[in-house]
Design a protein. Structure first.
Ligand code: ADP
Ligand code: NG1
Length: 462
């Protein structure tokens, strides 16, 4: 059916023979057959991603610059004619089999692997299938994205489960009509992943679904979600290297604390600049746009707004500045932060956001014009320093790996993804790549070259 292959829709294609008979897919289907004593109808593939530049600015409204990876999550799926969701995973030691009751999907801490499946399932059911009887399905999962490493294995899980659920509903009821519009399903997946408890932006789901082989994407969220292909420069390779420390962000308060700090910073800016139309909880993007101050001048403006003698603000400082009571402060800004906190670094977080947003614009422009790889490298290095010093989302092991990468020939190197552990991404001239790879493999158990891969695909197995 040709309409399934239009660029606006998630491709639904007959599985190519080569993939069907690959060792990995055969193993996954065998697991499915052994566990469920039946055959899967569909295979879903969703890639991980590496963010080249633009860290912790998607949930603030600014554009980011990721590319999809070869590493992915695949799921073999079919309806099972029971009221239950049955999940099995090829990595049984890490991710044990589970039976879920779709009428009672709970999200409790700490997050378990199947909670990420529940996110996508619940998102689809809430949106499209309310009032219909629960859908039972069998799913076998396998992933090659190192988890908790800033390469977005969680979003690949969530997006794959959303596709699995949509296709299963379609198979069962024929009420959901294929095609699946990419932008619509991306928005759904962005919202769904928040069930896990993280107030994430939309970068990961967007690149996982919208990516096109051979191009990085410049992704904008405002005024609406758009993703533009950008060619990466020639003569260089991008390497991803793991620092050895993993971090499950939904199990800690780090990420949501940063989200809260950016929103508190926006509230203080709005108050001091007397921004009309600002609503409590709005993003840093909103106040910058409303103030009409260019990104390049925001750094100076922040120095006037924030008290430069203060490293951090307390709740009582903020209650006074914002003219709200503590109950409102907690409700609007802190309800999703799982630990008590009374020290907020607002100037530092806002400065990172505005400068990082400007770096993303420049990076894209540089790729599209002169593609000066030294400037690209500088931007990546500046980004890492800002993540480390202003946003404080690095880790000593990441900093050390970045230092190694630069000493082995990278022009630029930075942490990628949420941080606090996980991976770095390095820009390496082709002529230095062989040596870089061999030296970095001494410091990193996961070290690979990566070019831009394609986005999510659904394969029909019959
Ligand atoms: P990331 O930066 O990779 O998105 P997160 O900590 O947000 O890291 O999410 C990682 C979680 O996603 C894992 O702890 C696990 O629950 C889930 N996950 C990742 N890969 C798989 C997989 N192959 N199978 C099952 N669950 C997975
Ligand atoms: P990872 O690297 O997957 O933990 C997270 C967020 C992104 C973005 C980056 C930081 C999720 C699903 N993703 O990515 O939206 O904010 O951190 O740039 O939480």
């Amino acid at each position: 059916m040709p309409y399934l292959l239009t660029p606006e829709n998630v491709p639904v294609v007959i599985i190519p023979d080569e993939l069907r008979h690959s060792e990995r897919v055969e193993r996954l289907i065998k697991r499915y057959n052994d566990k469920f004593e039946s055959k899967p109808m569909f295979l879903v593939r969703v890639p991980g991603r590496v963010n080249i530049i633009g860290e912790h600015i998607d949930y603030v409204g600014y554009s980011v610059f990721p590319m999809a990876l070869k590493q992915d999550i695949i799921m073999a799926v079919s309806v099972n004619n029971t009221p239950n969701i049955e999940l099995t995973n090829l990595e049984a030691n890490e991710y044990g089999d589970i039976t879920l009751d779709p009428t009672n999907l709970e999200f409790v801490q700490p997050p378990q692997w199947y909670h990420y499946f529940q996110c996508g399932y619940r998102g689809v059911v809430d949106r499209f299938c309310n009032g219909q009887p629960p859908l039972g399905l069998n799913v076998a999962v396998h992933g090659t994205i190192p988890p908790g490493s800033g390469l977005s294995s969680s979003s690949a899980m969530v997006c794959a489960s959303a596709f699995a659920t949509i296709m299963a509903f379609h198979q069962k009821t024929n009420l959901l009509s294929v095609p699946i519009n990419k932008l619509e399903i991306t928005q759904l997946c962005i919202k769904s992943e928040r069930y896990i408890g993280t107030d994430s932006g939309g970068m990961d789901q967007a690149i996982a679904i919208l990516a096109q082989e051979g191009s990085a994407k410049y992704i904008e969220f405002i005024p609406e979600l758009t993703a533009v292909n950008v060619q990466l420069p020639t003569g260089v390779n991008f390497y991803i290297s793991h620092c050895g420390v993993s971090m499950n962000k939904a199990a800690t308060a780090y990420y949501n604390t940063r989200v809260a700090e950016t929103r508190l910073a926006a509230a203080v800016i709005a108050k001091k600049l007397n921004i009309s139309g600002y609503r409590l909880g709005d993003q840093l993007w909103v106040v910058q746009q409303a103030s009409a101050i260019p990104l390049s001048q925001m750094g100076d403006k922040l120095k006037e707004i924030f008290d430069m003698n203060k490293e951090s603000y307390s709740k009582s400082d903020l209650v006074t500045i914002l003219g709200i009571d503590e109950e409102e402060l907690d409700r609007v800004f802190l309800s999703r932060v799982s630990e008590p906190i009374d020290s907020f670094k607002l100037y530092q977080r806002a400065l990172h956001v505005y400068e990082e947003a400007a770096r993303v614009h420049e990076y894209r422009k540089e790729c599209e014009t002169s593609a000066d790889t030294h400037r690209l490298g500088q931007l990546m290095n500046e980004s890492h320093r800002s993540c480390r010093d202003l946003y404080e989302c690095s880790h000593p092991a990441l900093d050390k790996l970045v230092t190694h990468a630069l000493s082995y020939g990278a022009i630029g190197s930075r942490l990628t993804g949420a941080g606090w552990g996980g991976c770095i991404v390095s820009l390496v001239p082709v002529e230095k790549s062989t040596e870089f790879e061999s030296m970095m493999s001494k410091h990193s158990k996961f070290n690979c070259k990566s070019g831009p891969s394609s986005g999510a695909v659904i394969y029909k197995l019959f």
